[in-house]
Design a protein around this ligand. Structure first.
Ligand SMILES: [Zn+2]
Length: 213
């Protein structure tokens, strides 16, 4: 066996640098107590960029060119609006619509639960819309401040009128099967600065945070 040539040594240097960078990054992430979900769900996008959620009160975007907006920093405070068991029957993103049969962007997640399941305000806020149409059925929107809004569709009953403030954890509605729906479920939308994000990212963050406790 002959000793490694100079050229071989040179070619290993980039790998050493790359591995070093990865090591430093993971050390920094854990040292800061931040478990990013980016590696778990790289498809989670917010306004065209990846969203990273931390177990702390601040959410951040990896590969940052600008700091995360103030709104994202309240994101983690949102809780799951259902306390009963649910099944995600349809995820966020492009899909063929089950009723219309055409390709549409699904701007929230479908959480399958029996009609009448209680829905809780995931954070305090103000009810800014209570309405009904053929597509969404009965629906309501809660503005949580700092650019964060949540919307609940296909409801059976809304429990809070428009304009009223709701407390964190207050019952705001009962799920249903109204509008263009093929079965009882809650269609849950989260918008940050007017742009929908994937609520499943939040659900995973909560599940991870709870299992880490
Ligand atoms: Zn839906």
């Amino acid at each position: 066996m002959r000793p490694p040539s100079f050229a071989n040594l040179i070619s290993t240097i980039p790998w050493i640098l790359i591995l070093g960078a990865i090591g430093l990054f993971s050390w920094f992430s854990s040292a800061a107590g931040q478990a990013t979900l980016d590696a778990i769900r790289p498809s989670a996008v917010w306004m065209g960029r990846k969203v990273g959620l931390t177990t702390g009160p601040v959410a951040w975007t990896p590969n940052v060119r600008e700091p995360p907006p103030a709104a994202l920093q309240t994101f983690w405070d949102l809780e799951v609006p259902l306390h009963a068991p649910y099944r995600i029957s349809s995820g966020y993103g492009w899909r063929v619509h089950p009723v219309y049969g055409s390709r549409k962007f699904h701007n929230g997640i479908d959480m399958a639960v029996p009609v009448g399941t209680l829905i809780y305000a995931p954070q305090s806020g103000k009810v800014t819309k209570v309405a009904e149409n053929r597509r969404s059925g009965k629906f309501m929107t809660v503005d949580h401040g700092q650019g964060v809004q949540t919307t609940y569709c296909h409801l059976d009953v809304t429990e809070v009128p428009r304009g009223e403030h709701v407390a964190h954890g207050q019952i705001i509605a009962r799920s249903g099967n109204t509008g263009a729906s093929t079965g009882p479920h809650l269609h849950w939308i989260i918008k940050v600065d007017g742009q929908s994000i994937d609520p499943a990212v939040l659900l995973e963050a909560i599940a991870q945070g709870e299992s880490a406790d």
